[in-house]
Ligand binder design. Structure first.
Ligand code: SF4
Length: 309
């Protein structure tokens, strides 16, 4: 067996920043630190922080007065931010700057009188936060058939945006369908998919052609990880999404394959290495890293941790 290890893979700049922020908050303020939603969508990361005294909540009511509350990488709706401030909670905002960019665009389109078609998963934390910027002028579309059923008032000005982590292949299909129905819809040049999502997707789509099987490391809740598996499958290669080494099944392999391994933007590198170890032990595998592009972007810690707080 030969393993091709895709690069870039795993933690992106936004995830690194969110994790460092929570790490620093724990050091500075001590446990417990509360986090609104999962800090990132990965079970290993969440469980490790839980063991260190982080409490993840889905409702503000579950955060006691006087607590430190961190907003996760996926961002929150302004209503949550305002309610937390009103209660005088010590808040730290670890929203990825690229998610914030989509929030700003949503606000701007609404202020300019546009109705925004937002392609994404309605129940995803990121999408819920963006909708909160302009609930009356954002319509979420999850699949193409919903585009055909959209009821838009005559004369409305339309804009298009996406969740940061959807696949660029899907995005193009949505853009085509939307432009056919609404030729004047405003499409931002590179949509809203973030660079890290695009780079990981591009690596998989380029390298999948060399592989018989693709293993994507990431949690099922991670949108960008699921998209990587979808992209591999669209190249007619069998793809498996695994949270960690225990999910890998020997029966997936004969032992003479080329296996492409990649990881979603929230999957830790030590889990990638543990998965590789499982295959090496069982199949005496060789490992080659293939670099499709380099990523050097870093995001600074949020201002609450840069200034005296
Ligand atoms: S995947 Fe993109 S948008 Fe999401 S945290 Fe990473 S850099 Fe930010």
């Amino acid at each position: 067996m030969k393993i091709i290890l895709a690069k870039p893979r795993g933690f992106c700049a936004g995830v690194n920043m969110a994790i460092s922020t929570l790490d620093e908050a724990l050091k500075r303020f001590g446990k417990p630190v509360y986090v609104y939603h999962d800090i990132v969508h990965n079970t290993w990361v969440v469980d490790e922080f839980r063991d260190r005294g982080v409490i993840f909540v889905e409702r503000l009511e579950d955060v006691p007065d006087g607590a430190t509350l961190l907003f996760s990488a996926h961002g929150v709706s302004p209503i949550i931010r305002e309610a937390a401030n009103k209660r005088g909670l010590r808040t730290i905002d670890a929203t990825c700057p690229l998610v914030n960019k989509v929030h700003r665009a949503a606000r701007q389109f609404a202020a300019d009188g546009y109705t925004t078609i937002l392609v994404g998963n309605k129940s995803h934390d990121e999408v819920a936060g963006i909708i909160g910027e302009a609930p009356d002028s954002i319509i979420v579309v999850e699949n193409i058939s919903q585009i055909h059923k959209l009821k838009i008032k005559k004369g409305s000005r339309l804009a298009f945006m996406t969740q940061t982590t959807i696949s660029k292949y899907d995005t193009n299909i949505f853009i085509d369908a939307l432009q056919k129905r609404f030729p004047d819809i405003v499409i931002t040049p590179d949509s809203s998919i973030c660079f890290a999502t695009q780079n990981r997707q591009e690596a998989v789509s380029k390298l999948a052609a060399m592989a018989d099987v693709v293993v994507v490391i990431g949690s099922n809740k991670s949108s960008n990880s699921r998209r990587l598996a979808d992209i591999a499958e669209s190249s007619n290669v069998c793809a498996y999404l695994v949270d960690g080494p225990d999910d890998i099944r020997g029966g997936w392999f004969k032992g003479d394959e080329t296996v492409l391994i990649t990881a979603g933007a929230s999957a830790p590198e030590h889990i990638v290495q543990e998965c590789i170890e499982v295959l090496i032990k069982r199949f005496h595998t060789t490992v080659e890293e293939h670099i499709v592009c380099e990523e050097n972007i870093k995001f600074t810690l949020p201002k609450e941790l840069r200034e005296n707080y």
